[in-house]
Design a protein around this ligand. Sequence first.
Ligand SMILES: Cc1cc2nc3c(=O)[nH]c(=O)nc-3n(C[C@H](O)[C@H](O)[C@H](O)COP(=O)(O)O)c2cc1C
Length: 432
Amino acid sequence: MGLAPERRVLLIIGGGIAAYKSLLLIRLCARAGIATRAVLTKAGAEFVTPLSVAALTGDKVYTDLFSLTDEAEMGHIQLSRAAGLVVVAPATADLMAKAANGHANDLASTVLLATDKPVMWAPAMNVRMWMHKAVQRNVETLLEDGAMMIGPEDGDMACGEFGPGRMAEPETIFAAIEAFFKAGEGHRLPAPEATRCLSDRPLAGRRMLVTAGPTLEAIDPVRFLSNRSSGKQGYAIAAALAELGAEVVLVSGPTALPDPKDVRTLRVESARDMLAACEQSLPVDAAFCVAAVADWRPARATGRKIKKEKDSPPPALALVENPDILASLSRPGKNRPRLVVGFAAETNDIEAHARAKIARKGCDWILANDVSGDVMGGEDNEILLIRSEGTEHWPRMPKAEAAARLAAAVAAHLGEESGRGIEGNRGRTSRA
Ligand SMILES: Cc1cc2nc3c(=O)[nH]c(=O)nc-3n(C[C@H](O)[C@H](O)[C@H](O)COP(=O)(O)O)c2cc1C
């Protein structure tokens, strides 16, 4: 049976829970006059029956590479060429791995290797599978080979986790198919709209906690102790992490800054409030203690304004120590973030003091800066990044640039850890 390739889709249905959505996709295509012929993988047939697929496509469903009848009626080469577009939905990790590496050990992978038509992939899998370095590598390879990627989308998953990996909705895939056919053969969807390359959002699926700004410690209802922190560096870090796809909670002391875009901002006043908000935000993959938390607070904050009495000496201000948020978050335990980053504001012997701080607090990295100049409240920062593997000097640069640099270093670090295996995902978070 000869098929004209215009407005014909060869739909490869892989073995994932999202296979049921492909049935809706077939219906949407049919309504728009786009004929669909389906290849159902062996695993795909565990999720949707060949009978349902055949009923919706109004055609035979192809499942077996070595079916003599199929080879006589329509060989795998012809099957791979008879449509104008090949759509893989759900695209399993397994199918992408096979296609990226040129395997051809079943009908779906053989068709994908033999086709001379554009291929559109709609990946669907658990967030950790999607984030795995091996899957990311395969996605990159397929994109380099000219594939189109639709999704995946962020959201709650059938497995109970949250993050990127959910298959794009049938309507979204259908819109991409329509756009493809409308634009004519040979057209590729423009990358920024249709293709979300994982390397653009390497922190997708990660949760991050950032503290920023000063804390304010009440003396009485109108007076307080505080410091000159503007919050600019912490806000820039929160924004840079969100830009790379992370879900970010920013716990901020009083600042004049607007909430950063795509960041959940919790406003607090005192160090004790800040600690409580941080603890409520756990678990996270990484925590960044950028806030200039007041070391001390008045031992007693009076509920009434302290009056200035004529001829009496100024009141003595007794201070007590505030909780140490960086040390608290760094303490070993099931909720300890995999990466805890502290800031050290120093005025002399910066590296020595910062290294001592790592040892004292138990954090993993320290960003140290010299605050004897105009760093506090200023627009620029000059940083020493101190890690166990060595110290990096970042020359003076805008705080936003330093934040982007830090976010990239964190993405690389967490990516490397994940690549070392699932054990490396200690503290990796998922919302129930
Ligand atoms: C209940 C269940 C759900 C699954 N969901 C997915 C999924 O959403 N994405 C995926 O890549 N693999 C998923 N798998 C694993 C695939 O079915 C498995 O890798 C299979 O070999 C894929 O075969 P295929 O790529 O030929 O369809 C799931 C397995 C089971 C048992």
